[in-house]
Design a protein around this ligand. Structure first.
Ligand SMILES: C[S@@+](CC[C@H](N)C(=O)[O-])C[C@H]1O[C@@H](n2cnc3c(N)ncnc32)[C@H](O)[C@@H]1O
Length: 266
């Protein structure tokens, strides 16, 4: 177990917003790609400090890593939770990677959104971990399709937050008659879309555990609603001496824009 933790630490030396199980899914996916190709290319949308880039950067079989990140923003996710990525630049990420003496020669970075990129280089693995709103994630996925090889894999992080975007993508893929297989990895926030020859992959053999995607989405829907209520509902209490008022509290639904006054927690 300690050896295993040590291995994860070596492959992911930089702080990452992924859990150990998410990391394992990423490693198992890289393994799958390594087995089928003499070399491969990795594209990541949302790199933050570079925490999820390092295994591909360290891998000799990986010939190119493209990191796309629209830097320096403060954004809300689908839970109406506020995330600040201010003062985290591509340069800071590259400095972090260099600290661990990881070669960055094959690393290309783009500060912006994938939809702005003009060329259409093709990648074997695309990891979508940008801003977790349905709109953004859907946009990331449809714009990624142009960059994927025929035989390729697209991984998503934070499935419990952006599952609706994935569902919309499935509608789109079916409409476009693009064959795919959707897999949800159990006890992890990762899910994956498999294309071409990867569709026939033996998922039970190659991955730790998988679960039913639609069942997972039904549960995630309830949890997401609770997050949204907690983040947007303000309860104002009034204390009456003789409780004249039948309802001594008032509920107020904050608009997405004003919800930041979280005095609900005070
Ligand atoms: C959840 S973090 C990525 C975490 C990273 N993969 C890790 O393992 O630590 C999300 C990142 O998406 C970036 N981002 C925000 N909007 C974006 C966009 N439109 N396209 C790409 N990245 C975006 C943020 O700057 C932030 O670095």
């Amino acid at each position: 177990m300690n050896n295993f933790k040590e291995k994860l630490k070596n492959l992911f030396p930089i702080e990452s917003q992924t859990s150990d199980l998410d990391k394992i899914v990423l490693l198992q996916t890289l393994d799958l790609i390594r087995k089928k190709n003499s070399y491969y290319k990795y594209l990541e949308i949302g790199s933050f400090l570079g925490g999820s880039l390092t295994p591909a950067l360290m891998d000799k079989k990986c010939k190119k890593v493209l990191s796309i990140d629209k830097r320096n923003q403060i954004l809300d996710d689908e839970r109406n939770e506020n995330w600040s990525y201010k003062n985290v630049s591509n340069a800071l990420m590259v400095r972090k990677i260099n600290q661990y003496k990881i070669n960055t020669l094959k690393l290309d970075t783009y500060d912006g959104d994938i939809k702005e990129i003009k060329n259409d280089e093709e990648f074997d693995l695309i990891f979508i971990d940008g801003i977790h709103t349905v709109e953004n994630c859907f946009s990331d996925l449809i714009n990624s399709l142009r960059f994927k090889k025929k035989n390729s894999i697209i991984l998503f992080h934070d499935t419990s937050i952006i599952f609706k975007a994935i569902k919309l993508c499935l509608v789109f893929l079916e409409n476009q008659k693009i064959s795919y297989k959707i897999i949800k990895f159990k006890n992890s926030e990762m899910s994956g879309l498999f294309f071409g020859s990867y569709i026939k992959n033996n998922f039970k053999k190659n991955y730790i555990t998988i679960e039913n995607f639609n069942k997972f989405c039904d549960n995630a829907q309830d949890k997401l609603l609770l997050h949204q209520i907690n983040n947007r509902l303000k309860i104002k209490f009034k204390f009456w001496r003789f409780l004249k008022n039948k309802y001594p509290f008032k509920l107020e639904l904050l608009s997405k824009k004003t919800k930041r006054s979280l005095d609900f927690h005070k």
